[in-house]
Design a protein around this ligand. Structure first.
Ligand code: FDA
Length: 388
């Protein structure tokens, strides 16, 4: 069996590449081992799929080459994707900071992509196990459904997160097999796990959530943090997790909008204990646990000015060393991937292997939380589909 273009992976990038290549008149075959196309799109955004962010730009992506994503984002921007959505009359809404979600369900987006693929003549084979990709005069893709040949192959197999719905390292393995470098891979947009000591102290607080500013190295994210049974989650933690490496210190500003020194000084004569005072701005159980952790359990009047300064400072910089992340089982994405030095940023084609393309999360371009990862999948899938 032969096609002009074989696409491995019927996810966001693969389906976008398929409809784009098909519209150019290329015969397209999409192969996926899962029983359904677009399974990650389905669960994205809690089932409503934060399908893009109107502010998407290079600053929202992590990559060894921060400029790499620019060309694809310019070729197919958030407004290009919105135009397709509107053509299909899919209702959507902006939630915050440019994040666009489906009003009904992510299934609308999957149906739209499948329809576009059908209209473009692209054929999707699901439940198809991949055994190997070889290249002689053409590419030969060996599968459980036979050997398929093509002049171009687009690898759009995604990252390693959520292996229970079909994620695998096949794309990275194909890259290595063809001599292309793959950068170090890490779970990203992922909850962080406490050290054993912190787990004993904070494990009881699971379910508590409040806004904070979380910093690691030069990055800060202001959003909610959420205590889990194992550690910390919530949007601010998921965001910072993409920049965190084992051994890095997290610094959490518990009251970013409060002049804590002024507030504490104003209550210097009070008989109330610090935890009670803090409970007006922070969840009560957290305030008590945090104060007893630091041994700050006396009435306010018992602290010297120097001690109050130290408390004020610590409220703006609570420091902790997470032991790790929850790993790929709960990570939204994988940081790292096929080294961008190996690819053309314009076409996503491997420089050393003409005809071999990579698109989507399998590439070393990782978006922040907020619709940026799907936008990267659309943009890079489009760039590959336009050239393959
Ligand atoms: P994707 O993972 O979509 O597709 C890869 C395809 O390759 C899959 O169909 C898979 O079955 C197939 N495949 C893998 N290995 C294979 C093999 N060995 N053989 C054959 N086929 C194989 N992003 C965002 O922008 N907004 C959001 O709201 C969310 N929400 C979200 C929630 C959750 C829970 C997760 C896990 C992720 C998100 N994301 C997100 C991230 C986003 O879903 C993700 O970055 C894109 O789907 C990546 O698109 P790709 O096409 O690259 O991979």
């Amino acid at each position: 069996m032969r096609a002009d273009v074989i696409i491995i992976g019927a996810g966001a990038a693969g389906l976008m590449a398929a409809m784009t290549a098909g519209k150019r008149g290329r015969s397209v075959l999409v192969l996926d081992h899962a029983g359904k196309a677009g399974r990650k799109i389905r669960i994205a955004g809690g089932g409503r799929c934060n399908f893009t962010n109107i502010n998407a730009g290079a600053g929202h992506y992590i990559s060894a080459n921060p400029h790499f994503c620019k060309s694809a984002l310019a070729q197919f921007s958030p407004s290009d994707f919105i135009a397709v959505i509107e053509q299909h009359r899919i209702p959507y809404e902006e939630r915050k900071e440019g994040q666009l979600f489906c009003v009904r369900s992510s299934a609308d987006i999957i149906r739209m992509l499948e329809q576009e693929c059908r209209d473009a003549g692209a054929v999707i084979h699901l439940g198809c196990t991949l055994h190997g990709v070889e290249r002689r005069d053409a590419f030969a893709v060996t599968t459980s459904k036979g050997i398929f040949r093509s002049s171009s192959v687009i690898v759009a197999t995604g990252g390693l997160s959520y292996p229970n719905i079909g994620a695998s390292g096949l794309g990275h393995a194909i890259a290595r097999r063809f001599g292309l470098a793959v950068t170090e891979l890490h779970p990203a947009l992922v909850p962080l796990v406490f050290s054993r000591k912190d787990q004993r102290i904070f494990g009881e607080l699971a379910g508590i959530s409040f806004p904070a500013a979380v910093s690691c190295k030069e990055r800060t994210f202001r959003e909610n943090i959420l205590f889990t049974h194992k550690g910390l989650s919530g949007p601010a933690i998921l965001q910072i997790s993409s920049y965190w490496n084992r051994g890095d210190l997290l610094s959490i500003d518990l009251l970013p909008d409060v002049d804590t020194r002024a507030v504490l000084t104003a209550r210097r004569q009070s008989r109330a204990i610090l935890a009670t005072l803090l409970s007006s701005s922070l969840p009560r159980r957290f305030a008590h646990t945090w104060c007893s952790l630091h041994g700050w359990e006396r009435p306010m009047a018992a602290y010297s000015a120097k001690e109050l300064d130290a408390i004020a400072q610590r409220l703006h910089a609570w420091e902790l060393y997470p032991a790790g992340t929850e790993g790929y089982a709960t990570a939204e994405v994988t940081r790292g991937g096929v080294d961008t030095d190996e690819l053309s940023s314009k076409t996503m084609e491997a420089r050393k292997v003409p005809g071999l393309y990579f698109a989507g999360e399998v590439v070393d371009v990782t978006g922040q939380l907020g619709g940026y990862n799907l936008q990267w999948a659309w943009s890079s899938g489009y760039a590959a589909g336009r050239s393959a």
